[in-house]
Each structure stands twice: as structure tokens, then as C-alpha cells.
Design a binder for this molecule. Sequence first.
Ligand code: URA
Length: 434
Amino acid sequence: MRMYDVILKKRKGEELSKEEIEFFVKGFTNGSIPDYQASALLMAIFFNKMSKKETADLTMAMVNSGDKIDLSSIKGVKVDKHSTGGVGDKTSICLTPLVASLGAPVAKMSGRGLGHTGGTIDKLEAFDGFSVELSEEDFIKNANNIGIALTGQTGNIAPADKKIYALRDVTATVDNLSLIASSIMSKKIASGADAIVLDVKVGDGAFMKTPEAAKELARAMVDIGTSVNRKTIGVISDMDQPLGYAIGNSLEVIEAIELLKGNGPKDLLELVLTLGSYMLVCGKIASNFEEGKELLIKNIENGKGLEKLKEFVEAQYGDSSFVDDTSKLPKAEYVIAVKAKDEGYISKINAEAFGIIAMELGAGRETKESVIDLAVGIVLNKKRGDYIKEGDVLAYIHSNDMRKAEKANNDILKNIIITKDNTNNIPLIYDVIE
Ligand code: URA
């Protein structure tokens, strides 16, 4: 087989066979197919798209390019949760201990943040000593004993995806539905969970800018999961404004803890209850969505979710006393109020811009090598649909650098859109694809 012919076939818009897809994935991973030919194929895929069958074949070829984690020694139905990435998305920090407190085992692989989106591991490192460096034995032991364990992306999970993603990133071929779906699902399938609940974000802070595109992506991922016998559910949720109020590592951890103490923001709580209920149904802990929701609310009210978070932090070498006393978490030197210059309704809070503002304050990574400042970020004081008067506080900037804070102040004012009429009619949950 020649790579030239595979490229030509896709350029003509024809369907690639399983063998041709495997030939490309194997050859590119082992270095026998050069970047320039892989780039040409990716661009042909971008323009001519892939069928459902090609997408499934690409996913499995990437799964088979590396290690597959065996979670069979963990008791119960292992349910994973994955978000396609957003701003202020601290869902995993409160959701995973909450479902674990109800007996659904969570053995999860999480990532770090890059660009305008944050990563769960960075956020959890706000707990002094917290580490994802668990041996495989301890990972399994923790998942069995306390019902929750978290690890970082190990080197050899779907290495083909790692290489292909890096190439997509520099060849303008990231935002293709089949390439995104196969990239995410290859890692989820190789990570070994029995069921997967996907939080597919839609809006200006997400890959998918319209509900139709997000639904199509969710449908593609659900089809892939189902084709390999993993129960998969896709929840389409809003990312047209940041989730909750806090953006920034330590600040988001505090908000997640507050949710487990019963003081969570409305949108974050709704998302946690929705994703959590589906996780409990998939994990056979609840017989239906409503029952799952009731169980989750109960374990927020009785404090069992919060207790599980403490057990989890401790089991991963972190200082769990930070959960009771959040003032121990990293704190910024300056807290500056951003005040409104107009009167009216907030019609938009540009999610992507807020992710970038937080990153520039130091909360995120511009490049993989950047060192992040766990303390800094933004806490919104108002959300879409709120009425504000001139001089009202829109947000608080947490910064360790006054120059950066001044720039953030101007950027925040530019990215909160105020209108005379209340145009807020965007739902948090658009749809659920099963
Ligand atoms: N996240 C991934 O892991 N892969 C993509 O292609 C997009 C988002």
C-alpha cells in the first residue's frame, strides 16, 4: 500500500477502508509516514469528511496504537466523564466525589489545561501536596477502597492521537467532527471505562459554536462508544458564558467545594446534577434520571459528597484540611473590583475571552512549558440576564501583578455586553444524545 494512493482516494472524496486507515495510523505513529503526507491526508479528511464507518475505524486504530488500561479488577460499573473543554469548568472536582459517595466507582484519567481552557489536574494541585503520580497498584487500590482515583495522561495511551493532534494543531485541521470525535473517544476507550458520559460544550468558549454542530459531535461520539459496547451518553451544555462564577485554579476549587457544601451556583449545580444522574444510571446505582438526581441532592445535603472529596484529596497525598478551611488555598496579593460603566441587562459574557484574560493573569498556559499561578483568576459577580447599574461590581480580578490586573480590567469591560433589553434565553442543557 502507498500513502500517496490513500491521500488521492480521500482527495477524490472516496471512503477509505479499515486497512487503509490502519496503514496510515500505524505508519504515522512509527515514523514511516512523514508529516507532510499525514498533513495532506488530514486536510483531505477536513474537506471531504469521513463516514461513520471511517470514523469508527480511525478511533479503533488509534486505540490500538498504544496501551489499554484494564480496570476489570475494580468492582462495579466504571463510569467516566469527559468534557470537550470550557471556561470555569470545575465540574469534575465536585461531580466525581459526589457520584463516588453514592457507590459509583470513578477511575479517571484527567488532563492539564492549555490555552483558554483549564485542566482538572492543575486545579486539584491547589491542594498542597496533591499528586496524580499513583502507581497502577495504588490507583486500583484507591478506586476499590474509597471509590475514586485520578491519574494523569500516561505516556502510551493512544500515542497515535497524540501525534495526529499535534499535527492538526499546526495545520488548521482541528475542528473537523470525525477528527475530534475519534481523538476524544480513542482516549476514553483506551482508558477502560465501561460507560462514558460526555459533556459536549456549545458556544463561543467551545469547539462547537452552534447547537447543531455540538449535537452532531455528540451523536458521532455516542455512535463510536456504542459500536464498542460502551454505554455512551452525550449532554449538550452551554459554554456561551463561563460556567459558575470562578475562573482560575484555586478559585474554581473553592467554588466546587462550596457546591458540595450546598452553596453552589445555579448553573454549575444543574450541570452536576444532570451529568451525575446519567453517571448513576449508567453505573446501575439509580434506576432512572430523577432517582439519580434525588440521590445526588441527598449526598450534598448530608455532607457525604464533601467527605468523599476529603478522602480523595488525602488518598492522593493532598492536604484535606483545605476543604474545611479554603483560606489555606493559594491566594492572590491583589483583589480588584471591575465596575460597570453602563446600565442595562448583561446579554453576553464572552467565554473564550474570559478564558484568555484568566490565562494572561497567569491562571493558564500559553504554551505547554508555561508555569501557572494557582492563585490568580477572575470571580464574576454577575451573570447573563442580570440587571446592572453604573458602578455595580461586575467581577473581581485576583492578581499578583498590578499591570496585568489593569489590562484584565479593560478586557473584562469589553467582554461583558450590556443591552437595554433582556435577551437572555439560552438554556444550560440543550439536549441529551443517548
Ligand atoms: N479534545 C481532544 O482530545 N481532541 C480533539 O480533537 C479536540 C478536543
